[in-house]
Write a protein that binds this ligand. Structure first.
Ligand SMILES: [Zn+2]
Ligand SMILES: [Zn+2]
Length: 214
């Protein structure tokens, strides 16, 4: 499985744009490409996609973590360019998508593909993804508005969690990360520097253009 960070507050690959928001493309041979969140604005999202040779038409599934504009901003333009992608949205995202297959995610976990699961909408606001890999579960979060312990607890239902990428918001109870072996603090993570310093051997910088091979 491969994760490409398409939109982030920071840039990792020259030529890409940054913005306050998050979007990642998740690819694996066994499933259609999944776009997790869509950043804050479509010009930056589409520019980065072009630079990364990602064709919006090829996206098979779009997952929206939560209804905040820094995760949904690019969605209308992606939907204009892609008429067939299925959507998985949390129930708190009140939006209509006519003639589109939409799965509204509530409290319960949802299997999206063979190795991709949603935690369900945690604390009524946000879903995170659990990716099943040979090494264990890799977690992708949007903003992590539900507490991190809650997200790790929810994702560990699918297996032992070994890594995480995404926005961690104000998370600072670093003990919760001790068992992990791969950490990418992205987007809104307030304690990026502290996380990178505390876990020097396993925490790595995030940014648009970063590719994570799982
Ligand atoms: Zn948010
Ligand atoms: Zn955010």
């Amino acid at each position: 499985m491969k994760i490409t960070i398409v939109y982030d507050n920071e840039v990792k690959k020259e030529g890409l744009g940054a913005g306050w928001g998050f979007s990642a493309l998740i690819e694996s041979e066994k499933m259609p490409p999944i776009l997790f969140d869509t950043g804050a604005d479509s010009p930056t999202l589409l520019h980065n996609m072009r630079e990364l040779a990602i064709d919006p038409k090829n996206i098979g599934i779009i997952v929206i973590s939560h209804a905040h504009g820094d995760h949904t901003g690019g969605l209308p333009e992606i939907l204009k360019r892609n008429k067939s992608a299925e959507l998985y949205i949390p129930s708190s995202f009140k939006s209509a998508f006519p003639s589109r297959k939409v799965t509204v995610v509530s409290k319960d976990t949802v299997q999206i593909c063979q190795n991709v699961f949603s935690t369900g909408e945690l604390e009524g606001i946000e879903q995170a993804l659990a990716l099943k890999t040979e090494k264990g579960i890799f977690v992708v979060t949007g903003c992590a508005h539900p507490r991190m312990r809650h997200i790790l607890e929810a994702t560990s239902k699918f297996g032992k969690v070994y890594g995480i990428a995404g926005g961690f918001h104000g998370f600072h109870d670093f003990k919760a990360f001790e068992e992990l072996s791969l950490i990418f603090p992205c987007h809104c993570t307030q304690y990026k520097k502290e996380i990178l310093d505390s876990f020097r051997d396993k925490a790595l910088k995030c940014g648009a253009g970063l590719v994570i091979e799982l």
